[in-house]
Design a protein around this ligand. Structure first.
Ligand SMILES: Cc1cc2nc3c(=O)[nH]c(=O)nc-3n(C[C@H](O)[C@H](O)[C@H](O)COP(=O)(O)O)c2cc1C
Length: 328
């Protein structure tokens, strides 16, 4: 898949997820086979740019190209300024969020709320494309609600405005995360535009990935929640798409190594206090479904020191490995 000058290694994209797709997680997913990883959204409100949170979100040190940063907001001038700010700080692709249903974003008429106002959509997209000399991509839902599924109209506006790739989550704004994603609207959008279309929503397995690619004829797929605690999902999908055969899930020893390296990266990126707190949710995802995982999470979530968190997590996975060894 090609986005502007960037030829991606493959057509698998890590979805932007606020509070999840920080630099350590993006880098991990890229290492494990994601062709592109989009950052957490950065507000277009410049008053927030001085905050530690926004500074961290604009930190791309050591990140593999292309570095894609998502911006959110409803004012064309502020969005243009946000795009410029992030390009100045290392962004190589700017992604615009018109897909997030979060109340915080929708209340200020940003994220997927913008889909209601096609004229404003056009003004925002045109302003951002004109403001930077890097490719601009867009992420949308299929519409505002099931009665107003205007995804096709928005996709045409995007193409006319110079957007270079379009990710579509197969739900409307009103659907939040309920029900199953639908892929018919994504397939219809793909037929109507000539820019790369990336299908998103509920893709959890290599087989589903292939099904969605075939069904929608999309150029790529985007994966969010299925990568939480399973960043190797990109390798598994790549393998399946290339060979038609299923690659085995990683062994406990591999999961342990990936996870402990991930925790170290989090401590280094955030420092101990925030790093330990960020690590809690990842540990909980990595340990989900493992025997004894629930009891382990109760204990580990109370740990405050990085060394203690690392040691207890390593011990939990050592025990799991020993159990697997005994069972074999
Ligand atoms: C915790 C979380 C945070 C998210 N944050 C964003 C965001 O900042 N910007 C955005 O466009 N979408 C955001 N999304 C939506 C995802 O990018 C994606 O569209 C959605 O999760 C559906 O894909 P999935 O079924 O593969 O998870 C978020 C989703 C989750 C679960």
């Amino acid at each position: 898949m090609q986005i502007g000058p960037y030829k991606l290694a493959n057509n698998l994209v890590l979805a932007p997820m606020a509070g999840v797709t920080d630099r350590p997680f993006r880098q991990l997913c890229k290492r494990l086979g994601a062709g592109l990883a989009v950052s957490e959204m950065v507000s277009s409100n410049s008053l927030l740019w001085g905050s530690d949170k926004t500074r961290r979100r604009a930190d791309h040190q050591g990140e593999t190209a292309p570095r894609a940063v998502q911006i959110a907001g409803a004012d064309p001038h502020m969005m243009a300024a946000a795009a410029r700010y992030n390009v100045d700080h290392g962004a190589q692709i700017i992604d615009i969020n018109m897909g997030c249903p979060a109340k915080k974003v929708c209340h200020v008429m940003a994220g997927s709320a913008l889909l209601q106002d096609e004229h404003l959509v056009g003004r925002i997209l045109t302003a951002v494309v004109a403001a930077v000399d890097v490719p601009v991509t867009l992420k949308i839902r299929t519409g505002w609600n099931p009665q107003q599924r205007n995804g096709i109209a928005v996709a045409r506006i995007a193409e006319q405005s110079g957007i270079q790739a379009l990710a579509v989550h197969g739900r409307t704004r009103a659907c939040a995360y309920t029900g199953e994603a639908e892929y018919d609207t994504i397939a219809a959008i793909k037929q109507q535009v000539n820019i790369p279309v990336i299908a998103n929503g509920d893709i959890r397995t290599p087989e589903q990935a292939k099904y969605v690619l075939d069904y929608t004829a999309a150029d790529g797929i985007m994966i969010g929640r299925a990568a939480q605690g399973r960043p190797w999902i990109f390798e598994l999908i790549n393998h399946y798409l290339q060979t038609g055969t299923t690659k085995a899930e990683p062994e406990i020893a591999t999961i342990r190594r990936v996870m402990l390296d991930h925790l170290q990266d989090l401590y280094e990126f955030y420092g101990e206090y925030i790093g330990v707190r960020m690590a809690r949710k990842h540990i909980s995802w990595y340990s989900k479904g493992q025997p004894g995982g629930a009891a382990f999470r109760q204990t580990i979530n109370r740990v405050e020191q990085r060394h203690e968190q690392l040691a207890q997590t390593a011990t939990f996975f050592d025990r799991l490995e020993a159990q697997v060894g005994l069972a074999a």
